[in-house]
Design a protein. Structure first.
Length: 555
């Protein structure tokens, strides 16, 4: 079958190709099934791209289904954020939006069917007692004292659970499989539990809720999913997935296929721990630009194209590995380099007074907007007697390999002139507060008619003809490569955010809007933050210019 696939093949696509060739399926149906108990992160992006990408390439469909079976942790806010993030990433579920809660009545009936078959029973052991009875990897479990109740008694108790007669934790419905099974998952797993909590969609209609393992396989089957693609931690659960379907649902059944989840260095992928960061105020919210959430990456300036490219290039495998964060940044730079307008921003300004430039004069110099895009055009940059350069671009006593501005040294100003430092003004404490310089009017545009060369080109802005800006510089939120090991607080990077309040940017950015992205020449890529106002722009540093992709290794 010709599917016009441009994406590199992998073991999942090989399985799908075989299923199509054998006639097992006529059309491919996948699903992305998030639990609405937090915001999506970069790890979910891999699953989104995989499931929606397969549906796209095989001309099938991909469902968005919320596995909303735990009302204690689920919120409408999370549902809205997930839908927003999937759309932002570039995918659409069309009319195929579903909720596990749509199937609560059906799921209940399937549970009743299991009871009637003698394959499920109501158990009154506590959660701790169930764990004790389950046994270990080397020792079989013990039968619950309630395991051999009659079908009639179990049906009555399950109905009474549904009617709210019992307290939370006092009764559960368990599958009746094998307490000596080598796979502990199969030792009479819990299928239903009591939760007297209102559900975000069904209100107080239910006080019993199905477990994830029971819900997921049946929801897949109800929706005619052909390939249920999930991460490796569900590999042991596949036996239960298949057992439940074999008991109560006619064939064909969905096929569960596991792949390795994304592990990214210096990045936390646990929604529970990310929620802890939010609740404890360690970050400003789910969309804090230091967070690995899609909303955080979006606010920082990451692009959907870069994330999709990253997910495609890391591939799909059965082996867990760690991907270096630098590779994600490399994919981002490749995209931003092609699409981001150039501008100049001075993060830590140092004033330069060009003494031989006419006072009050302003001229406009031409700057290229994006050398990678011939259609991007040019912009007009105001130049005047007083300008700002970067503090770090000047040294009183420079070492040998420092080629930027120093006393008596000549440098080039980007798109402007050659200038030479003639004097240095210091305050009473010896801090440099101003540079005096002269310019060569014959070097307009950055070249000298006599052919002389300079070794450095500096970015700059005109002092009175630039805009104030706040710039937020980010580092990894965690200081260790694998923050999932050890205590959360111990792994935090205390220097993950630096706020520069005195920055200056080019005047042409006055109409920049949140999520607009720019390359600050010599500095990196920056994105306008949602906190920006007409009085002061706020920029998030998206990624520095320096690329360490050649050092990236997959471990």
């Amino acid at each position: 079958m010709d599917t016009n696939i441009n994406t590199p093949s992998n073991f999942i696509r090989t399985i799908i190709d075989e299923d199509l060739a054998s006639g097992k399926h006529q059309a491919i149906v996948t699903r992305f099934p998030p639990e609405p108990n937090g915001y999506l992160h970069i790890g979910h992006a891999k699953s989104i791209c995989l499931n929606f990408g397969i549906a796209r390439d095989y001309k099938g469909t991909c469902h968005l289904r919320f596995d909303d079976t735990n009302p204690e942790k689920e919120e409408t806010e999370y549902i809205e954020s997930i839908m927003r993030d999937v759309h932002w990433l570039g995918f659409d579920w069309d009319q195929h939006l579903y909720y596990a809660s749509d199937y609560f009545e059906q799921l209940y009936n399937f549970a009743v069917e299991l009871i009637k078959q003698g394959k499920a029973y109501v158990c009154e052991l506590s959660a701790e007692e169930i764990r004790q009875y389950r046994g270990t990897l080397t020792e079989p479990g013990k039968d619950s004292p309630y395991r051999n109740r009659s079908v009639e008694e179990n049906l009555d108790l399950f109905e009474r659970m549904k009617q709210g007669e019992f307290e939370e934790g006092s009764h559960v419905l368990r599958a009746k499989i094998d307490m000596a099974a080598a796979n502990i998952v199969m030792r009479d797993p819990t299928l239903y539990r009591i939760r007297k909590v209102d559900h975000h969609r069904t209100g107080d209609a239910w006080c019993i809720y199905p477990m994830y393992d029971f819900t997921h396989c049946l929801s897949d089957a109800i929706e005619s999913i052909t390939h249920s693609i999930c991460t490796l931690e569900f590999e042991n659960n596949r036996a239960l997935y298949e057992w439940i379907l074999e008991q109560v649902f006619p064939e064909p059944h969905p096929r569960q296929i596991e792949f390795a989840r994304l592990n990214l260095s210096y990045t936390m992928m646990s929604k529970r721990k990310l929620l802890e960061l939010v609740n404890e105020g360690i970050v400003s919210g789910w969309d804090d630009p230091r967070m690995p959430t899609l909303s955080g990456l979006r606010r920082r300036g990451y692009t959907p194209a870069a994330i999709r490219d990253f997910c495609d290039r890391i591939g799909v495998s059965k082996a867990n590995s760690m991907v270096d964060y630098a590779f994600l940044e490399h994919c981002l730079r490749e995209d931003l380099n092609q699409t981001s307008p150039r501008t100049m921003g001075v993060l830590r300004p140092l004033k330069v007074v060009i003494e031989n430039y006419p006072e009050g004069q302003v001229e406009y110099l031409e700057g290229v907007n994006n050398p990678q895009d011939p259609d991007a055009g040019t912009r007009q940059i105001p130049f005047a007697r007083e300008i700002y350069i970067e503090e770090e671009d000047f040294m009183m006593d420079p070492p040998k390999k420092f080629f930027r501005l120093a006393p008596g040294r000549e440098v080039r100003l980007r798109f402007a002139y050659f200038i030479t430092c003639t004097d240095v003004i210091k305050d009473e404490e010896g801090n440099i507060v101003e540079i005096r310089a002269t310019y060569d009017p014959e070097t307009k545009g950055g070249s000298a008619p006599d052919g002389r060369k300079v070794k450095a080109t500096l970015h700059w802005v005109a002092a009175e003809h630039s805009l104030p800006a706040e710039v937020r510089i980010y580092d990894h939120l965690f200081k260790v490569e694998n923050p999932s090991v050890g205590e959360l607080e111990d792994n935090l990077n205390p220097n993950s955010l630096e706020i520069l309040t005195g920055a200056r940017v080019e005047l042409n950015l006055k109409n920049a809007k949140p999520e607009d992205k720019f390359q600050f020449e010599r500095q990196g890529y920056f994105c306008v933050d949602q906190d920006s106002t007409r009085e002061k722009l706020v920029f998030n540093q998206t990624v520095p210019l320096r690329d360490t992709w050649s050092k990236v290794k997959v471990k």
